[in-house]
Write a protein that binds this ligand. Structure first.
Ligand SMILES: Nc1ncnc2c1ncn2[C@@H]1O[C@H](COP(=O)(O)OP(=O)(O)OP(=O)(O)O)[C@@H](O)[C@H]1O
Length: 302
């Protein structure tokens, strides 16, 4: 196996008394899409910015394409899409991309890239007049113009409309197919589930789980339904096979886990009928990445 595109070992970053990254380790394989997920303030941007060479670590080691992030030669090999800005407000869209292209030996054609990202009609529009989603797309274009081997995308589709999101997903799929390594952060679980080969979930500056989306969500199925809040789940459990589990989360949303088959389905619906409970949206599904994420990182706001 080739060496990882990014390797982070025991990374620590403190801001005064706050330890934002607290012994974080993960590897992003070469040619794969690695998604870093975590609640607000978990330390995602800090980690990515250390990997990009924009911030200094207080401890641990980081290797990007086998090198320390501060090495100048990485600039030509790594594409960076920051979470915000970096573009002079008065700079026209096309002008900016042509300028960035000049820093690279074999850039993509700026006009074609603008076209690909739906920005061709805005080539003469100053950056400050672009919508939030258009600014994001320009930032993505700037990250890709130099044909990087590795790209860091910090919340790439934040603020994009559904069409732009799909187009961005397609583009990331094309990068992966071309052998480019992608490390992205996102708050969209569907995005991570669809795009990522490897998902790293972080919380309070530490890795709390990692694996492929399928590994994280597991093979087990769940029975889900909605009904009036406050059903007596202890009573329901008595009717279910041993080893079953039932929970209400959030209020009025029920999840039954165990050997989810016709028998369990029949038992649950019969119990609800006997209790005079009307169920809605009854379905048998696998756990989603969002379920796993919320189980690991809790539901409270940070
Ligand atoms: N320059 C800074 N000075 C002080 N504290 C900072 C600084 N940058 C980040 N922090 C703090 O470090 C913690 C981690 O922030 P970071 O931006 O890395 O989180 P994040 O996971 O990217 O969050 P979000 O999902 O909201 O973008 C937060 O508590 C944040 O307030």
């Amino acid at each position: 196996m080739s060496s990882p595109a990014v390797e982070v070992v025991d990374l620590v970053k403190r801001y005064g008394r706050l330890t934002a990254v607290d012994g974080l380790s993960f590897a992003a394989e070469s040619g794969a899409v690695t998604a870093i997920l975590g609640p607000n303030g978990a330390g995602k941007t800090t980690t990515i910015e250390i990997c990009e060479g924009f911030r200094q670590a207080d401890g641990g080691t980081v290797r990007v394409l086998g090198l320390p992030p501060s090495r100048r030669e990485l600039r030509a090999r790594v594409g960076i899409m920051p979470q915000t800005g970096g573009v002079p407000p008065a700079m026209r869209c096309g002008e900016w991309l042509r300028l960035v292209a000049r820093f690279h030996a074999h850039p993509l054609d700026p006009g074609a890239l603008l076209e690909r990202l739906g920005l061709a009609a805005h080539a003469r529009t100053p950056y400050r007049r672009l919508s939030g989603g258009q600014q994001q797309r320009l930032s993505l274009a700037a990250a890709l113009i130099g044909r990087p081997e590795l790209v860091f995308l910090d919340e790439p589709t934040a603020g994009m409309d559904p069409q732009a999101r799909r187009s961005c997903w397609d583009l990331i799929g094309e990068l992966r197919a071309a052998g480019v390594s992608v490390v992205l952060t996102t708050h969209f679980m569907d995005e991570a589930e669809k795009l990522a080969d490897h998902v790293v979930i972080i919380d309070r500056g530490r890795v709390v789980a990692e694996g492929t989306p399928a590994e994280l969500t597991g093979a087990e199925r769940q029975l889900r339904f909605r009904a009036r809040p406050g059903l007596n789940l202890d009573e329901l459990l008595k009717a279910l096979p041993a080893g079953s589990a039932a929970k209400e989360s959030p209020a009025g949303h029920y999840i039954i886990e165990g050997d989810v088959g016709p028998e369990l389905l029949a038992t649950v619906t019969a119990w609800c009928a006997a209790e005079g409970v009307t169920t809605e949206d009854l379905s048998i599904e696998r756990r989603t990445l969002e379920d796993v994420f919320l189980e690991l990182t809790g539901r409270e706001l940070r």
